[in-house]
Design a protein around this ligand. Structure first.
Ligand code: AMP
Length: 112
């Protein structure tokens, strides 16, 4: 998708710290980390919001990939938070679905 920053990262036009890549998903470090560990997992197919997702397998892959990367990075056992923001009220700022994985500190509840 033209003018999508995450599609540009997938294409390699914008650099990112890539943590995992396969034919369907990409994981990379969040540029504005909100925790000691903060990365995003995105589908390589452009899907704007969670409301537009139809592929259950692909959506599952985002979560499985997040767990895999968290294990590789050594914080899975202590724990982490997975978050997918949707549209304005959800706080979504990039219109290409992405699963946040945050870890490396104690999370609080409720979220802001
Ligand atoms: P959200 O507010 O849920 O849409 O999250 C978007 C996330 O994308 C934010 O946490 C941003 O810090 C992150 N982000 C935006 N641009 C980039 C980029 N070029 N590389 C890595 N992360 C980014």
């Amino acid at each position: 998708m033209k003018n999508c920053i995450f599609c540009s990262i997938i294409k390699g036009d914008i650099s990112a710290e890539i943590l995992y890549s396969d034919d369907r998903v990409l994981a990379f470090t969040d540029v504005n980390a909100q925790a000691p560990e903060h990365f995003l997992v995105i589908p390589k197919e452009h899907i704007a919001t969670a409301n537009d997702a139809t592929d259950e397998s692909l959506m599952g892959s985002l979560s499985i990939t997040a767990a895999k990367v968290a294990k590789e990075r050594g914080f899975a056992e202590k724990g982490y938070r997975l978050v997918m923001n949707c549209n304005n009220d959800g706080g979504q700022t990039v219109s290409h679905i992405h699963l946040h994985c945050l870890g490396g500190r104690q999370m609080t509840w409720p979220p802001g």
